[in-house]
Design a protein around this ligand. Sequence first.
Ligand SMILES: Cc1cc2nc3c(=O)[nH]c(=O)nc-3n(C[C@H](O)[C@H](O)[C@H](O)COP(=O)(O)O)c2cc1C
Length: 351
Amino acid sequence: MSEQKLKNKDLNYYYNIARNLLEDFYDCNGKPGWICTPEKFGVTMGLGGAGQGQTFQANYDTLKQYNLKTSLIKANHDPEMSISIFGKDLTMPVMGASVSGVKLSINDIISEDEFYWGLMKGARDFGSIGMVGNTPACPDDLGVTVAGRNDGWGIPIIKPHSQEELIKLFQLAGKLDVIAVGVDLDGVGSQFWNAHGKPLYRKTEKELEELVDCTEKTVIFKGIMTVNDAVKVLDSGAGACYVSNHGGRPMDCGQGVAEVLPDIAKEISGKIPILADGAVRTGFDVLKVLALGADVALIGRPLAMMSVAGGDEAVKLYYEYVKNDLLISMIMTGCDNLQDVTMDILARSKK
Ligand SMILES: Cc1cc2nc3c(=O)[nH]c(=O)nc-3n(C[C@H](O)[C@H](O)[C@H](O)COP(=O)(O)O)c2cc1C
Protein backbone atom coordinates (compact mmCIF):
# COMPACT_ATOMS: atom_id res chain seq x y z
CA MET A 1 0.00 0.00 0.00
CA SER A 2 1.52 3.37 -1.02
CA GLU A 3 2.06 5.97 1.67
CA GLN A 4 -0.34 8.31 -0.11
CA LYS A 5 -3.10 5.69 -0.04
CA LEU A 6 -2.54 5.04 3.65
CA LYS A 7 -2.69 8.77 4.32
CA ASN A 8 -6.09 8.84 2.66
CA LYS A 9 -7.43 6.26 5.07
CA ASP A 10 -9.04 8.96 7.16
CA LEU A 11 -12.44 9.03 8.84
CA ASN A 12 -14.15 10.05 5.60
CA TYR A 13 -12.67 7.02 3.91
CA TYR A 14 -14.05 4.71 6.59
CA TYR A 15 -17.41 6.48 6.78
CA ASN A 16 -17.80 5.95 3.02
CA ILE A 17 -17.17 2.25 3.48
CA ALA A 18 -19.65 2.18 6.38
CA ARG A 19 -22.24 4.01 4.24
CA ASN A 20 -21.98 1.35 1.52
CA LEU A 21 -21.98 -1.58 3.90
CA LEU A 22 -24.77 -0.38 6.15
CA GLU A 23 -27.04 0.72 3.27
CA ASP A 24 -30.30 2.06 4.75
CA PHE A 25 -29.02 1.74 8.31
CA TYR A 26 -26.18 4.22 7.82
CA ASP A 27 -28.34 7.21 8.68
CA CYS A 28 -29.85 5.64 11.80
CA ASN A 29 -27.42 7.65 13.82
CA GLY A 30 -29.50 10.52 15.08
CA LYS A 31 -30.13 12.30 11.82
CA PRO A 32 -33.66 13.73 12.26
CA GLY A 33 -36.20 11.78 10.24
CA TRP A 34 -33.84 8.83 9.86
CA ILE A 35 -34.37 6.93 13.02
CA CYS A 36 -34.93 3.55 11.38
CA THR A 37 -38.21 2.91 13.09
CA PRO A 38 -41.00 2.94 10.54
CA GLU A 39 -39.81 -0.11 8.68
CA LYS A 40 -40.57 -2.81 11.19
CA PHE A 41 -43.00 -2.41 14.07
CA GLY A 42 -41.94 -3.70 17.45
CA VAL A 43 -38.30 -4.58 16.90
CA THR A 44 -35.72 -1.81 16.74
CA MET A 45 -34.27 -1.59 13.25
CA GLY A 46 -30.57 -1.44 12.48
CA LEU A 47 -28.75 1.10 14.59
CA GLY A 48 -31.96 2.96 15.44
CA GLY A 49 -34.10 3.41 18.54
CA ALA A 50 -37.31 1.80 19.79
CA GLY A 51 -40.80 2.96 18.86
CA GLN A 52 -40.73 6.40 17.27
CA GLY A 53 -37.14 6.93 18.31
CA GLN A 54 -37.95 9.62 20.87
CA THR A 55 -35.58 8.36 23.59
CA PHE A 56 -32.86 8.07 21.01
CA GLN A 57 -33.57 11.64 19.89
CA ALA A 58 -33.81 12.86 23.51
CA ASN A 59 -30.13 12.01 23.97
CA TYR A 60 -29.24 14.41 21.19
CA ASP A 61 -31.74 17.06 22.16
CA THR A 62 -30.92 17.18 25.88
CA LEU A 63 -27.18 17.34 25.21
CA LYS A 64 -27.76 20.09 22.66
CA GLN A 65 -29.45 22.17 25.37
CA TYR A 66 -26.00 22.84 26.80
CA ASN A 67 -23.37 25.03 25.18
CA LEU A 68 -19.74 25.44 26.14
CA LYS A 69 -18.65 28.81 27.54
CA THR A 70 -15.53 30.34 26.04
CA SER A 71 -12.92 31.38 28.59
CA LEU A 72 -9.57 32.44 27.16
CA ILE A 73 -7.75 34.96 29.30
CA LYS A 74 -5.48 32.98 31.57
CA ALA A 75 -1.98 31.46 31.48
CA ASN A 76 -1.33 29.09 28.60
CA HIS A 77 -1.37 25.41 29.55
CA ASP A 78 -1.56 22.13 27.67
CA PRO A 79 -4.71 20.49 29.04
CA GLU A 80 -4.17 17.32 31.06
CA MET A 81 -6.84 14.77 30.13
CA SER A 82 -5.44 11.36 31.06
CA ILE A 83 -7.15 9.34 33.78
CA SER A 84 -6.59 6.19 35.80
CA ILE A 85 -9.61 3.95 36.19
CA PHE A 86 -10.12 0.24 36.88
CA GLY A 87 -6.34 -0.07 37.32
CA LYS A 88 -5.57 1.24 33.81
CA ASP A 89 -4.12 4.53 32.60
CA LEU A 90 -6.23 5.97 29.81
CA THR A 91 -5.26 8.70 27.33
CA MET A 92 -8.56 10.47 27.94
CA PRO A 93 -11.81 9.87 29.85
CA VAL A 94 -13.52 8.21 26.91
CA MET A 95 -14.31 4.53 26.34
CA GLY A 96 -16.17 2.46 23.77
CA ALA A 97 -19.74 1.55 24.75
CA SER A 98 -20.77 -2.10 24.67
CA VAL A 99 -22.32 -2.79 21.28
CA SER A 100 -23.30 -6.15 19.82
CA GLY A 101 -25.51 -7.73 17.19
CA VAL A 102 -23.83 -7.47 13.78
CA LYS A 103 -26.16 -10.13 12.41
CA LEU A 104 -29.38 -8.64 13.76
CA SER A 105 -28.63 -4.91 13.69
CA ILE A 106 -25.54 -4.09 11.67
CA ASN A 107 -26.34 -5.66 8.32
CA ASP A 108 -24.46 -8.91 9.00
CA ILE A 109 -21.27 -7.33 7.63
CA ILE A 110 -18.58 -9.17 9.59
CA SER A 111 -18.54 -11.84 12.30
CA GLU A 112 -19.45 -10.81 15.83
CA ASP A 113 -16.01 -11.96 16.96
CA GLU A 114 -14.21 -9.69 14.45
CA PHE A 115 -16.53 -6.84 15.39
CA TYR A 116 -15.71 -7.11 19.11
CA TRP A 117 -12.02 -7.42 18.34
CA GLY A 118 -12.01 -4.20 16.28
CA LEU A 119 -13.76 -2.32 19.10
CA MET A 120 -11.37 -3.58 21.77
CA LYS A 121 -8.05 -3.57 19.94
CA GLY A 122 -8.69 -0.13 18.40
CA ALA A 123 -9.44 1.23 21.87
CA ARG A 124 -6.39 -0.35 23.42
CA ASP A 125 -4.05 0.82 20.63
CA PHE A 126 -5.27 4.33 21.30
CA GLY A 127 -5.05 4.05 25.09
CA SER A 128 -8.65 3.35 26.01
CA ILE A 129 -10.98 0.49 26.84
CA GLY A 130 -13.57 -1.00 24.52
CA MET A 131 -16.59 -2.73 25.97
CA VAL A 132 -18.46 -5.48 24.16
CA GLY A 133 -22.09 -6.60 24.41
CA ASN A 134 -24.21 -9.74 24.26
CA THR A 135 -26.51 -10.73 21.38
CA PRO A 136 -29.03 -13.59 21.09
CA ALA A 137 -27.53 -14.51 17.71
CA CYS A 138 -24.29 -15.76 19.34
CA PRO A 139 -23.30 -17.82 22.38
CA ASP A 140 -23.70 -15.79 25.57
CA ASP A 141 -20.06 -16.25 26.54
CA LEU A 142 -18.68 -14.77 23.29
CA GLY A 143 -18.13 -11.23 24.66
CA VAL A 144 -16.49 -12.60 27.79
CA THR A 145 -14.06 -14.83 25.88
CA VAL A 146 -13.17 -12.23 23.22
CA ALA A 147 -12.62 -9.61 25.95
CA GLY A 148 -10.34 -12.08 27.69
CA ARG A 149 -8.04 -12.19 24.65
CA ASN A 150 -6.98 -8.54 24.76
CA ASP A 151 -4.35 -8.73 27.52
CA GLY A 152 -6.68 -7.37 30.16
CA TRP A 153 -8.03 -4.50 28.07
CA GLY A 154 -11.64 -5.49 27.56
CA ILE A 155 -14.93 -5.31 29.43
CA PRO A 156 -17.83 -7.62 28.61
CA ILE A 157 -21.31 -6.31 29.41
CA ILE A 158 -23.72 -9.21 29.71
CA LYS A 159 -27.51 -9.21 29.38
CA PRO A 160 -29.62 -9.69 32.54
CA HIS A 161 -30.09 -13.43 32.14
CA SER A 162 -31.36 -15.65 34.93
CA GLN A 163 -29.28 -15.16 38.06
CA GLU A 164 -27.82 -18.65 37.74
CA GLU A 165 -26.72 -18.05 34.15
CA LEU A 166 -25.32 -14.61 34.99
CA ILE A 167 -23.28 -15.92 37.91
CA LYS A 168 -21.83 -18.59 35.60
CA LEU A 169 -20.80 -15.93 33.07
CA PHE A 170 -19.41 -13.66 35.81
CA GLN A 171 -17.37 -16.56 37.14
CA LEU A 172 -16.06 -17.30 33.65
CA ALA A 173 -15.02 -13.62 33.36
CA GLY A 174 -13.36 -13.99 36.75
CA LYS A 175 -11.03 -16.63 35.34
CA LEU A 176 -10.10 -14.55 32.29
CA ASP A 177 -7.94 -11.49 31.84
CA VAL A 178 -10.69 -8.86 31.70
CA ILE A 179 -10.68 -5.53 33.53
CA ALA A 180 -14.24 -5.67 34.72
CA VAL A 181 -17.56 -7.29 33.95
CA GLY A 182 -21.02 -5.77 33.82
CA VAL A 183 -24.71 -6.18 33.20
CA ASP A 184 -26.86 -3.90 31.07
CA LEU A 185 -29.88 -3.94 33.37
CA ASP A 186 -31.93 -2.12 30.73
CA GLY A 187 -31.32 -5.02 28.34
CA VAL A 188 -34.42 -6.50 29.99
CA GLY A 189 -36.41 -4.38 27.52
CA SER A 190 -34.75 -5.84 24.45
CA GLN A 191 -37.31 -7.25 22.03
CA PHE A 192 -34.61 -9.19 20.19
CA TRP A 193 -34.24 -11.54 23.11
CA ASN A 194 -37.99 -12.06 23.42
CA ALA A 195 -38.13 -12.73 19.69
CA HIS A 196 -35.46 -15.42 20.15
CA GLY A 197 -37.34 -17.00 23.05
CA LYS A 198 -34.55 -16.11 25.50
CA PRO A 199 -36.02 -14.45 28.58
CA LEU A 200 -34.22 -11.63 30.39
CA TYR A 201 -35.02 -10.45 33.90
CA ARG A 202 -35.20 -7.37 36.10
CA LYS A 203 -32.86 -7.64 39.07
CA THR A 204 -33.45 -6.94 42.75
CA GLU A 205 -31.00 -5.12 45.03
CA LYS A 206 -30.16 -8.47 46.60
CA GLU A 207 -29.38 -9.95 43.18
CA LEU A 208 -27.08 -7.02 42.35
CA GLU A 209 -25.20 -7.65 45.60
CA GLU A 210 -24.98 -11.34 44.80
CA LEU A 211 -23.40 -10.54 41.42
CA VAL A 212 -20.88 -8.18 43.00
CA ASP A 213 -20.01 -10.82 45.58
CA CYS A 214 -19.61 -13.71 43.11
CA THR A 215 -16.49 -12.27 41.45
CA GLU A 216 -13.23 -10.53 42.32
CA LYS A 217 -13.61 -8.36 39.22
CA THR A 218 -14.92 -4.82 39.20
CA VAL A 219 -18.65 -4.97 38.48
CA ILE A 220 -20.46 -2.36 36.37
CA PHE A 221 -24.24 -1.91 36.26
CA LYS A 222 -25.41 -0.23 33.06
CA GLY A 223 -28.73 1.34 32.12
CA ILE A 224 -29.15 3.61 35.14
CA MET A 225 -31.39 6.62 34.50
CA THR A 226 -32.67 7.66 37.95
CA VAL A 227 -31.14 8.76 41.26
CA ASN A 228 -33.04 5.96 42.97
CA ASP A 229 -31.44 3.23 40.83
CA ALA A 230 -28.02 4.93 41.03
CA VAL A 231 -28.13 4.77 44.84
CA LYS A 232 -29.05 1.07 44.65
CA VAL A 233 -26.05 0.48 42.37
CA LEU A 234 -23.82 2.34 44.84
CA ASP A 235 -25.20 0.32 47.77
CA SER A 236 -24.65 -2.98 45.92
CA GLY A 237 -20.89 -2.50 46.15
CA ALA A 238 -20.51 -2.22 42.36
CA GLY A 239 -17.36 -0.67 40.93
CA ALA A 240 -19.12 1.73 38.55
CA CYS A 241 -22.54 3.16 37.75
CA TYR A 242 -23.16 3.42 34.02
CA VAL A 243 -25.78 6.06 33.16
CA SER A 244 -27.37 5.14 29.85
CA ASN A 245 -30.68 4.52 28.12
CA HIS A 246 -29.05 2.04 25.74
CA GLY A 247 -29.10 4.60 22.93
CA GLY A 248 -32.90 4.56 23.15
CA ARG A 249 -33.14 0.98 21.97
CA PRO A 250 -35.32 -0.78 24.58
CA MET A 251 -37.86 1.93 25.47
CA ASP A 252 -39.36 4.84 23.58
CA CYS A 253 -40.52 8.08 25.23
CA GLY A 254 -37.70 7.92 27.80
CA GLN A 255 -35.54 10.71 29.20
CA GLY A 256 -32.30 11.86 27.60
CA VAL A 257 -29.07 11.09 29.46
CA ALA A 258 -28.01 14.74 29.75
CA GLU A 259 -31.32 15.44 31.51
CA VAL A 260 -30.77 12.92 34.33
CA LEU A 261 -27.00 12.92 34.67
CA PRO A 262 -26.54 16.05 36.86
CA ASP A 263 -28.97 14.80 39.54
CA ILE A 264 -27.38 11.35 39.59
CA ALA A 265 -23.92 12.92 39.84
CA LYS A 266 -25.04 15.14 42.71
CA GLU A 267 -25.95 12.03 44.68
CA ILE A 268 -23.12 9.57 43.88
CA SER A 269 -20.20 11.54 42.40
CA GLY A 270 -16.91 10.80 44.16
CA LYS A 271 -18.36 7.66 45.77
CA ILE A 272 -18.28 5.47 42.65
CA PRO A 273 -17.09 6.17 39.08
CA ILE A 274 -19.89 7.40 36.82
CA LEU A 275 -19.84 6.29 33.20
CA ALA A 276 -22.31 7.84 30.75
CA ASP A 277 -23.21 7.49 27.08
CA GLY A 278 -25.85 8.73 24.66
CA ALA A 279 -25.27 10.79 21.51
CA VAL A 280 -21.62 11.50 22.31
CA ARG A 281 -20.09 12.01 18.90
CA THR A 282 -17.24 14.52 19.27
CA GLY A 283 -14.72 15.72 21.81
CA PHE A 284 -16.98 18.73 22.41
CA ASP A 285 -19.79 16.37 23.40
CA VAL A 286 -17.36 14.53 25.68
CA LEU A 287 -16.53 17.73 27.53
CA LYS A 288 -20.24 18.46 28.04
CA VAL A 289 -20.94 14.98 29.42
CA LEU A 290 -17.97 15.27 31.80
CA ALA A 291 -19.15 18.69 32.92
CA LEU A 292 -22.62 17.25 33.58
CA GLY A 293 -21.05 14.81 36.04
CA ALA A 294 -19.62 11.77 34.27
CA ASP A 295 -16.10 10.54 35.00
CA VAL A 296 -15.98 8.81 31.62
CA ALA A 297 -18.00 9.43 28.45
CA LEU A 298 -18.68 6.47 26.18
CA ILE A 299 -19.37 6.29 22.45
CA GLY A 300 -21.53 3.63 20.79
CA ARG A 301 -22.73 3.84 17.20
CA PRO A 302 -19.81 5.72 15.57
CA LEU A 303 -17.29 3.20 16.90
CA ALA A 304 -19.54 0.35 15.79
CA MET A 305 -19.54 1.82 12.28
CA MET A 306 -15.77 2.13 12.36
CA SER A 307 -15.31 -1.45 13.52
CA VAL A 308 -17.35 -2.86 10.62
CA ALA A 309 -15.77 -0.47 8.11
CA GLY A 310 -12.10 -0.79 9.03
CA GLY A 311 -11.61 -2.79 12.23
CA ASP A 312 -9.20 -1.65 14.91
CA GLU A 313 -7.43 0.86 12.62
CA ALA A 314 -10.64 2.79 11.96
CA VAL A 315 -11.73 2.56 15.59
CA LYS A 316 -8.40 4.02 16.75
CA LEU A 317 -8.76 6.85 14.23
CA TYR A 318 -12.13 7.77 15.72
CA TYR A 319 -10.63 7.99 19.22
CA GLU A 320 -7.92 10.28 17.83
CA TYR A 321 -10.51 12.52 16.25
CA VAL A 322 -12.37 12.76 19.57
CA LYS A 323 -9.14 13.50 21.43
CA ASN A 324 -8.27 16.41 19.12
CA ASP A 325 -11.64 18.05 19.66
CA LEU A 326 -11.52 17.40 23.39
CA LEU A 327 -8.14 19.13 23.56
CA ILE A 328 -9.44 22.18 21.69
CA SER A 329 -12.60 22.31 23.79
CA MET A 330 -10.57 22.25 27.01
CA ILE A 331 -8.30 25.03 25.75
CA MET A 332 -11.27 27.14 24.63
CA THR A 333 -13.21 26.72 27.88
CA GLY A 334 -10.20 27.50 30.08
CA CYS A 335 -9.89 23.95 31.47
CA ASP A 336 -6.30 23.01 32.31
CA ASN A 337 -7.25 19.62 33.69
CA LEU A 338 -10.28 17.44 34.34
CA GLN A 339 -10.90 19.03 37.76
CA ASP A 340 -11.66 22.27 35.92
CA VAL A 341 -14.44 20.54 33.97
CA THR A 342 -17.53 21.42 35.99
CA MET A 343 -21.06 22.68 35.31
CA ASP A 344 -19.51 26.19 35.38
CA ILE A 345 -18.23 25.73 31.84
CA LEU A 346 -21.77 25.08 30.56
CA ALA A 347 -24.51 27.49 29.56
CA ARG A 348 -28.14 26.45 28.97
CA SER A 349 -29.08 27.20 25.41
CA LYS A 350 -31.79 29.89 25.23
CA LYS A 351 -33.30 28.30 22.09
C1 LIG B 1 -26.65 -1.85 17.38
C2 LIG B 1 -26.48 -1.62 18.85
C3 LIG B 1 -26.29 -2.73 19.66
C4 LIG B 1 -26.13 -2.55 21.05
N1 LIG B 1 -25.88 -3.65 21.81
C5 LIG B 1 -25.68 -3.49 23.16
C6 LIG B 1 -25.37 -4.61 23.98
O1 LIG B 1 -25.28 -5.76 23.54
N2 LIG B 1 -25.15 -4.39 25.28
C7 LIG B 1 -25.23 -3.14 25.83
O2 LIG B 1 -25.00 -2.97 27.02
N3 LIG B 1 -25.54 -2.06 25.08
C8 LIG B 1 -25.75 -2.20 23.75
N4 LIG B 1 -26.02 -1.11 22.97
C9 LIG B 1 -26.10 0.22 23.61
C10 LIG B 1 -24.74 0.91 23.67
O3 LIG B 1 -23.90 0.30 24.61
C11 LIG B 1 -24.85 2.36 24.10
O4 LIG B 1 -25.53 2.44 25.32
C12 LIG B 1 -25.54 3.28 23.09
O5 LIG B 1 -25.28 2.90 21.76
C13 LIG B 1 -25.00 4.68 23.36
O6 LIG B 1 -25.49 5.60 22.55
P1 LIG B 1 -24.77 6.14 21.19
O7 LIG B 1 -24.84 5.03 20.22
O8 LIG B 1 -25.66 7.27 20.85
O9 LIG B 1 -23.34 6.57 21.47
C14 LIG B 1 -26.19 -1.26 21.60
C15 LIG B 1 -26.38 -0.16 20.76
C16 LIG B 1 -26.53 -0.32 19.40
C17 LIG B 1 -26.71 0.88 18.53
